[in-house]
Design a binder for this molecule. Structure first.
Ligand SMILES: C[S@@+](CC[C@H](N)C(=O)[O-])C[C@H]1O[C@@H](n2cnc3c(N)ncnc32)[C@H](O)[C@@H]1O
Length: 345
């Protein structure tokens, strides 16, 4: 209620906040770039002390902290000093479950440029990135934005840390000799599967620039190097690997044509009976609808892709020629679809 007794209705509050939601994303990005979470230790600290530590203007840092505290990122004590919350701790670099690079990735400069074109993309149903930059998103990232590419690779590893153990629990690889992780990023998931299954050998396939920065455990001299092969390549062009299990996690969310092309390349390379495991966040199976629908729209803008519904993903898998598709949960927000490479017709 305002001073003159006027009641501000919830829809008004909701829409005013939504219209300025970019400020929340900008604030958390600023905190990550300033290293604010690393500067705050276990003892409460005031804005002036934190400002000295991160080389910022004290009054303005106080304003940033106040804005972040509204979202539960840092908390203000009655004495005006700040302490960590669960969310602010995840912005620290030294925490094993850090999400700092995921925050940076979701707020990279190219994202702000793309959001402004969302209405256009909704009209055309197409990505806007290629039109704005004259080339595909991943090509541009590696050719012109190496810093953003590095943030992306680290963010994917941070994201995989959240789910790799659950996936290893859910995936029965007993008696399986070989697995290939297609577009497997820097290989955190593959390394987890190899550690969990001592008889397993694995190949990491991703773009050459990504594979060259693979997880140290998979690199020559690493603990798993004897059972790992690193392969730079383009899975839309060819998947030159024979394996018992083909894993595709969070890659078949680009345009549908690339999805079917990639899966057909699997069918071409694999022996009949090989298992194909697709892991995705499904829009109709998500407890985090705000995150999943936001990613769905961002994927539209950058790669002309989407987060799938269960039926939509199964239909693309079948269109590519795979059979016996079965959907199972991996954890609270990821599903896997297991299918089989059929006998050749
Ligand atoms: C969303 S990330 C997922 C990474 C990993 N599977 C995970 O779940 O953490 C998509 C990955 O696809 C890779 N990628 C993009 N285009 C590719 C292509 N044409 N061939 C192979 N990998 C590609 C990217 O480099 C990136 O590592």
């Amino acid at each position: 209620m305002t001073d003159n007794g006027e009641i501000i209705a919830q829809p008004v509050i909701q829409l005013r906040e939504l219209g300025l939601a970019a400020a929340g994303a900008a604030a958390v990005r600023a905190a990550a770039r300033l290293g604010l979470a690393d500067a705050l230790g276990e003892e409460p600290a005031g804005a002036a002390e934190l400002a000295r530590a991160v080389n910022a203007d004290p009054d303005t840092l106080q304003r940033l902290l106040r804005a972040l505290a509204c979202y539960g990122v840092f908390a203000e004590q009655p004495d005006g000093r700040y302490v960590h919350t669960g969310a602010s701790r995840l912005l620290r670099e030294d925490t094993p479950r850090s999400l700092k690079d995921m925050v940076l990735w979701g707020t990279e400069p190219w994202t702000w440029e793309l959001w402004g074109h969302l209405d256009e993309a909704v009209r055309t149903g197409k990505a806007v990135f290629p039109e704005l930059h004259g080339m595909d998103f991943f090509d541009h990232l590696h050719a012109h934005s190496p810093e953003s590419a590095a943030v992306f690779d680290r963010a994917m590893t941070q994201s995989s840390r959240l789910s790799a153990l659950a996936l290893a629990d859910r995936l029965d690889l007993g008696g399986v000799g070989t697995v290939v992780d297609i577009a497997g990023g820097q290989g955190h998931v593959l390394a987890t599967l190899l550690e969990r299954n001592p008889g397993l050998r694995g190949t990491l396939l991703d773009l050459p620039e990504v594979v060259s920065g693979a997880d140290a455990r998979l690199q020559p001299g690493g603990a798993l190097a004897g059972r790992a092969t690193l392969l730079g390549g383009d899975c839309r062009r060819e998947i030159p690997v024979q394996a018992d299990v083909y894993l595709l996690k969070n890659i078949l969310e680009w345009d549908d044509e690339s999805t079917v092309l990639t899966l057909r390349n699997v069918v071409r390379a694999a022996a009949p009976g090989s298992r194909v495991i697709v892991v995705e966040n499904l829009v109709d199976g998500s407890p985090e609808l705000r995150f999943t629908t936001a990613m769905d729209l961002l994927l539209l803008l950058n790669v002309g892709g989407r987060k799938h519904t269960r039926a939509g993903l199964v239909s693309l898998i079948e269109e590519a020629g795979l059979t016996r598709a079965e959907v199972r949960p991996v954890n609270s927000y990821l599903h896997l679809v297991e299918s089989v490479v059929p006998e050749r017709g």
